[in-house]
Design a protein around this ligand. Structure first.
Ligand SMILES: Cc1cc2nc3c(=O)[nH]c(=O)nc-3n(C[C@H](O)[C@H](O)[C@H](O)COP(=O)(O)O)c2cc1C
Length: 237
């Protein structure tokens, strides 16, 4: 890093490269083990995320055990079945859903359950007094740090949410007051796709940047004072 702690051009490029080339990885895991130092490094990146009131409300349960992962996979299978039934009235969507690879629980060498502990440094947590979800938001910031740090190390992460928190509580002996936020599958990946798998599969497309920005108030897509900026983002996807 430059001495003044500002970022050089190549350092900036590195960050944007990590952001744009990060993918949710469910296939392409290779058998190469993640060295302990690398795992510690990316978890430390997660641990340095912002958190409401500096409450650091996360915990990371590291899982290698085959049997544990099998149990989680069973919850996935059960919930996947339920999702398929929800698409009973849209056969073509149902068929597409069935064809998607939506987890890499057994193929990845390490699974991580990231949890939220609302009692950490509580009950008064500075900044969480009006919006209680800010605790979970903080955990999501940690997950994103982990995802990006893993990407620069060549490690893919897949987030699996097609399972129940009840199952995770039971399988991983998580106390009642602690909430699972993410179940992640990690491993070195042989490739990172240029686009999200769901985009490649024709499930959904990325929305244009201009379509998610409004000016001064909700839903206002164009105003005189933002005209130049509006022009600047109109073709960005
Ligand atoms: C909260 C959350 C839950 C997700 N759950 C799943 C999941 O259960 N299965 C899956 O295949 N992908 C899951 N994903 C990954 C998204 O499908 C993926 O991020 C999205 O399609 C965009 O692709 P990208 O991450 O490669 O850019 C999840 C992502 C998030 C943020």
């Amino acid at each position: 890093m430059s001495k003044d702690k500002s970022f050089s051009r190549s350092e900036k490029d590195g960050l944007y490269k990590a952001i744009f080339s990060r993918r949710d990885v469910r296939s392409h895991f290779i058998s190469k083990q993640i060295p302990d130092e690398t795992l510690a490094k990316i978890l430390n990146a997660a641990h340095h995320a912002p958190s409401v009131g500096f409450s650091q409300p996360w915990n990371f349960i590291l899982i290698k055990d085959h049997e544990t992962r099998q149990k989680v996979k069973q919850s996935f299978m059960k919930e996947r079945k339920k999702s398929i039934l929800m698409l009973d009235n849209d056969k073509s969507k149902q068929k597409k859903y069935k064809s998607l690879k939506l987890e890499g629980i057994m193929e990845s060498p390490i699974n991580i359950c990231v949890t939220y502990d609302p009692t950490r440094f509580g009950p008064f947590v500075l900044g969480r007094t009006s919006i209680s979800e800010t605790g979970v938001y903080s955990v999501c910031c940690a997950i994103q740090n982990l995802w990006l740090a893993a990407r620069v190390e060549g490690i893919g992460i897949g987030w699996v949410s097609i399972l129940t928190n009840e199952a995770l509580h039971k399988i991983l002996s998580i106390p009642d007051h602690v909430r699972p936020v993410a179940y992640l599958c990690l491993g070195y990946a042989s490739k990172f796709e240029a686009k999200p798998d769901l985009e490649n599969a024709g499930w959904l497309q990325r929305i244009g940047l201009g379509d998610v920005i409004s000016y001064e108030k909700w839903g206002v897509c164009k105003t005189h004072s933002w005209a130049q900026f509006c022009d600047c983002v109109k073709d960005i996807r």
